[in-house]
Design a protein around this ligand. Structure first.
Ligand code: SAJ
Length: 412
């Protein structure tokens, strides 16, 4: 195979299928036999716009196959998860395992690219692992004199869930080589399908860039979330404050919500903090503010439940953001789960992006209902996610109910 993509998740599978559609012969590798089987049958195990057609076409054309074994390939792309471990420390064990699986297969001339969001220094760690397992191969490292046998680069993914297939092609890409020659080699793969610019730098800078992008967004959302809590305390409408402040030519405040979710913005800033705990004060505080916003939201819903004894509450939305079926690190889901511990029988969940309640809510006594049923049965309505399906709600639908709109949806 020309390309082996290790990890067939939200990034690996779309990338593997896209590369195949651009004429590369691709082997997608995953440790889960179920995922491999699904993909080989032309199916997908994740919901993402345009992905099913792309995978189906690539499998039919035989440009993509899936396997649990890492093959010999010209390019290896590592797109495995990098979760947070205990104490918010980054866990790069899946990247390390991928490097160990690649090492016995790799031949001189090949290029290894890490795409997983990773703490700074991870690409160097991959180099170390391959060098240890393959003393016969000259692995590139900073300041190395003489030619290396393989290339090694860090090229972060930057795609937005819900727009992955489009953004894979159109976003600019940062290509960080362990050496300049490594970046040039990795660019052969990216320039074949990226219509945005390819920007060259070192692996360490590229690793930092990825973490900084998501920390920037987290800090900005934290500012909006903190404002919403300040506004609450002093009794002004935060949505009106933000709308008017944003009319200043140099002010652009983001939107408050019930907290920050997803597998990226709520996680990656901790990787930056882990690299420089003393220096990263604002980044750490932003994380804490955004996590606290979910606790604050839960408290406000509890106060509403106390205000209407025996009243039912309709929780609108569980996903981590609008119009997506992804519940990973979702503050809406965490809030629903916490409320179910004490008030499950009073909770009605409306979530158009699922057919059954997620495991943490199933069996608690909470019910998944339609929006119409929820409006009929509830005395309290809480907007946790501003799904398009909720946007037609009119004041008349909510007459006589206590309403708490964490997203400012009903004001738009
Ligand atoms: N959110 C707010 N208020 C806002 C914007 C977002 O509360 O004004 C919340 C969302 O509801 C959600 C969370 O923030 O819970 C994150 O959503 P998002 O749309 O900001 O980002 P993600 O996690 O879907 O994708 C991000 C993107 N990064 C940036 O925009 C800097 C994407 O480009 C990255 O590729 C992705 O992380 C990733 O994989 O790292």
């Amino acid at each position: 195979h020309q390309v082996a993509v290790i990890g067939l998740g939200y990034i690996g599978l779309p990338t593997a299928a896209l590369l195949a559609s651009y004429g590369w012969s691709v082997c997608g590798v995953d440790v889960s036999p179920r995922v491999v089987e699904t993909v080989n049958a032309g199916g997908v195990h994740i919901e993402e716009r345009d992905l099913d057609r792309l995978v189906h076409d690539a499998i039919t054309a035989k440009t993509l196959v899936a396997s649990t074994e890492v093959p010999t390939a010209s390019f290896y792309m590592i797109a495995v998860p990098t979760p947070l471990g205990p104490d918010n420390a980054p866990d790069i064990s899946y990247v390390e395992a991928a490097a160990r699986a690649i090492a016995p297969r790799i031949l001189p001339g090949a290029c290894v690219i890490v795409e997983s969001t990773s703490p700074v220094g991870t690409t160097e760690r991959v180099a170390e692992i391959i060098a240890e397992l393959r003393p016969d191969i000259a692995v590139p490292c900073d300041g190395r004199t003489g030619d290396a046998d393989i290339a090694l680069a860090y090229c972060p993914e930057r795609v937005l869930p819900g727009r992955i297939v489009n953004e894979l092609v159109h976003n600019d890409r940062v290509i960080g080589g362990v050496t300049a020659a490594c970046a040039e080699r990795a660019a052969v793969l990216y320039t074949s399908f990226v219509k945005g610019d390819c920007l060259y730098t070192s692996a360490r800078v590229a690793e930092t860039v990825k973490l900084v992008e998501n920390s920037f967004r987290d800090v900005n959302i934290a500012f909006a979330n903190e404002l919403s809590m300040i506004a609450d305390t002093i009794g002004v409408d935060v949505w009106e404050v933000i709308r008017l402040a944003n009319r200043h030519p140099r002010v652009n405040i983001l939107q408050p919500g019930p907290g920050v979710g997803g597998h990226c913005i709520a996680v990656d800033p901790w990787f930056l903090v882990a690299g420089a705990p003393e220096a990263a004060r604002l980044v750490r505080t932003a994380r804490e503010v955004n996590d606290y916003k979910a606790v604050h939201t839960e408290g406000k819903i509890r106060a509403l439940l106390d205000a209407v004894p025996d009243g039912k509450v309709a929780l609108l939305g569980l996903a981590f953001k609008p119009d997506i079926d992804d519940f990973r690190e979702s503050p809406a889901l965490e809030i629903a789960e916490a409320l179910c511990l004490t008030h499950a029988s009073r909770i009605l969940v409306v979530e158009p992006f699922t057919e059954s309640l997620p495991a943490c809510l199933a069996g608690t006594g909470a019910r998944l209902v339609t929006l119409d049923a929820a409006l009929r049965e509830s005395e309290i309505v809480v907007v946790l996610v501003d799904h398009t399906a909720f946007k037609h709600l009119a004041p008349a639908d909510l007459t006589g109910k206590l309403v708490f709109d964490t997203r400012g949806m009903l004001r738009q």
